[in-house]
Structure formats: C-alpha cells, structure tokens
Design a protein. Structure first.
Length: 262
C-alpha cells in the first residue's frame, strides 16, 4: 500500500460510543475530513454506520472508539465488528483509530476542568465530586482510582465519586462531601455527559469536561495517526481485539478462529 498524497489524507469518520456517552458529544466540524457519522454502540448500529459511510463516499472510513479510558470493552467490541466489515471488496478502506482517550489523559482533563472552576489554593473547604454514568464494577472502579490521582496531584481536600443511575448517586455524593466538612461542592463530569441530570442547589456545575473544539482537536489527532498507519498497511483492527483482555471483562485473549464458520 502506498503512502497517500497530502491532499488525499482524508477519511469519512464514524465515532462509536458506549456508556461514557461519546456518540452524543458535541464536535466542531472536522477540518479537511469527510462526513461524520455516529453509532451509539458497537455491533449492528456501528455496522450500519460504517456501511453507510462506505456507500456514500470513496474515502477510507476511520472508526474512533469514543472512550475516555474507562471502557476497554467498547474498543474490543468495535474491533470485532470491524473484523467482518473490512474483508472482501472494502479491504483496506476501513480502519480503527486509537481510542479517543485513556486513563492518563482523563486524569489530566479532569484536573483542567477543576481548575477552570476553582482555585484549590483559595478554597480550603472545597470538595470535588466526579460523576459518570453507572456502567459496570470494573469501569466504575477505574473512576475511583482516577479520582484518587486527581486528589493527590492537585492537593484537594476531598475528591469523591458519584454515579448517575448508580450508587452512590449524585445527591448522595453531594451529601457525603458536606458531611466530610466541605462548604463548597463542585461537580465535574468524568465522561462526555453532563455533571448532573438536574441542577442542585448550592452546588457548582463544572461541566462539560471537554469543549467541542477540544473534542474535534483530539479526533483530528487520532484520525491523522490512523491514516498514517493505514498508508503503511496497518488498519489498526487487530490491535483493538484484545483491548478488554485482563480488565475484568474477559479471560482468554480473543482469537479470530473461535468465530470462523469453517
């Protein structure tokens, strides 16, 4: 496969989301890229979006798993869906980008989001409540780990976690912060969704986590890297197949032969 000319380094883009809400995130227009399609999950909805992109343009199709780093199963499920879509006549046109984010990036984004709202040095009685949609025990536990990193790196008195639709919920999380002695509570989303489903009295809303320009900038980075890899013969799909291996979601590594019909 030859390296594409600079003016040909374009792709139709499909963003696929999971429990972090990445499929619904606001995105500014992707400069010099093709159409943007969305799939709220891997599997049938993603397959439909990719086929639509393939039929609607001659461009390669770049699929970006919209996880901030807490949904490795989304990456693996996306890769498995694309395995069957990247064969035959469309071989070489479908590629899987690196996940939108990772745990390290998420920790940094959370720190920036907190700094946008408050200065910890001026708020000795401040509590930050990180919120995300409830998912599963493994991905929820990862949020607690990241919360600890945010607390220790920013020297905040309290950083707590609440799960929208789970336990503790946001109201319980706010109450815990107040019981610990916090006089000011800031809620910050640790996913693409809102910090809270509804405003809470005397609580500062620190969302959204990322501005549309920041989302589009990160997407552009992932797409460019994926196009470069594709020009070298790597569609990125194989690398994503075992993204959830040893994360609590799966045991043995995924093997394509397990799914062959032969």
């Amino acid at each position: 496969m030859t390296v594409p000319e600079p003016d040909a380094a374009r792709a139709a883009v499909v963003i696929v989301g999971g429990h972090e809400g990445g499929a619904e995130v606001a995105v500014e227009p992707l400069v010099e890229q093709g159409p943007l399609l969305r799939a709220s999950s891997a599997g049938e909805l993603l397959e439909r979006a990719v086929r639509q992109a393939l039929d609607g343009t001659d461009l390669p199709v770049c699929v970006v798993p919209m996880t901030l780093g807490r949904d490795p199963q989304l990456v693996a499920d996306t890769a498995r869906t694309l395995t069957w879509l990247s064969r035959g006549a469309v071989a070489g046109r479908v590629m899987l980008a690196e996940p939108f984010g990772n745990a390290t990036l998420l920790t940094g984004w959370l720190r920036v989001a907190v700094a946008r709202v408050v200065d910890p040095a001026d708020s000795p009685n401040l509590a930050v409540l990180l919120t995300a949609k409830a998912a599963n025990s493994f991905d929820d536990a990862e949020l607690f780990r990241i919360a600890h990193l945010v607390k220790t790196r920013d020297d905040l008195p309290w950083v707590e976690v609440a799960l929208r639709g789970g336990e503790p919920d946001v109201a319980e999380g706010v109450e815990r912060c107040r019981q610990l002695g916090a006089r000011q509570v800031v809620v910050v989303p640790a996913d693409f969704g809102p910090a809270t489903d509804a405003p809470i009295a005397e609580v500062v809303d620190g969302g959204p986590l990322l501005m549309p320009s920041e989302v589009s900038g990160m997407l552009a980075t992932r797409i460019a890297a994926s196009l470069l890899k594709l020009s070298r013969g790597d569609d990125g799909i194989a690398a994503g197949l075992d993204a959830d291996h040893q994360h609590g979601h799966g045991g043995t590594a995924w093997r394509e032969s397990d799914y062959d019909e032969d």
